[in-house]
Design a protein around this ligand. Structure first.
Ligand SMILES: Cc1cc2nc3c(=O)[nH]c(=O)nc-3n(C[C@H](O)[C@H](O)[C@H](O)COP(=O)(O)O)c2cc1C
Length: 211
């Protein structure tokens, strides 16, 4: 079995993954989440209490972490921009959780503990039950893809914080960071799918801030 170190995980660094869980009706839920390595057998996530993923983990105590650089999966699952199609998933053979059919690696997890970080977030430590890695061609680095991912992270924070008066300045700062990401996308990949995603994201953020 491949190890987390084989997949590039190391301590002190946050790695971005797609976490899949089942909700209480048995429907798959998918969301991007940052993960840190505790040790070779355990990972930790810090999850906003408002996230469905946290509720699902509390109910089922299992999940899969899926590695992909497909920006559309990040975009759709972070912003719930489209109905999640059941076709995206298959059931893990290791834990009672869905996994992405198309991904570079899938890590089956069981929850070890939950601990409140603050009023808004919970830290979840999970044990690694299995690691499944696929081989494929290397993917060339593209700044626009990285910029869209950054912008989506900022947008999901704005969505959580924009109703909280004391976080108003943070929201303004995050909005400015999205504009910087937009500049990078416009410069490095004009007329691309990345621009379309950024335009859609900007519309969503403007709506959240106005409501
Ligand atoms: C790259 C990336 C990393 C993210 N990491 C986290 C995280 O570590 N914790 C968290 O609560 N939300 C994180 N988010 C935001 C969630 O994915 C987002 O709020 C999502 O809609 C939650 O979905 P859920 O309600 O189905 O769990 C991240 C978003 C992106 C794009």
């Amino acid at each position: 079995m491949a190890t987390l170190t084989d997949l590039g995980f190391c301590q002190g660094v946050i790695f971005e993954t797609i976490i899949c869980t089942f909700n209480s009706s048995g429907c798959p839920n998918v969301a991007p989440m940052g993960v840190t390595l505790e040790d070779e057998q355990r990972v930790a996530l810090t999850i906003y209490n408002s996230a469905k993923t946290l509720k699902n983990l509390q109910n089922t105590r299992v999940a899969t972490l899926n590695l992909t650089d497909d920006i559309d999966v990040y975009y759709m699952s972070a912003l719930k921009s489209a109905e999640v199609s059941a076709d995206l998933f298959e059931k893990s053979t290791v834990v009672n959780a869905p996994k992405l059919k198309k991904c570079d690696a899938s890590i089956a997890l069981s929850v070890e503990s939950f601990k409140a970080v603050d009023m808004l977030r919970t830290r979840v430590v999970c044990c690694v039950e299995s690691v499944e890695a696929l081989k494929r061609f290397p993917v060339a680095y593209c700044r626009a893809r990285a910029a869209v991912l950054e912008a989506v992270v900022h947008a999901t924070r704005i969505r959580v914080l924009c109703g909280i008066e004391s976080e108003r300045l943070k929201v303004v700062r995050l909005y400015g960071l999205i504009q910087d990401c937009m500049d990078i996308v416009n410069r490095s990949a004009p007329n691309s799918h990345y621009v379309e995603l950024m335009v859609d994201l900007q519309e969503k953020v403007d709506l959240w801030r106005a409501s």
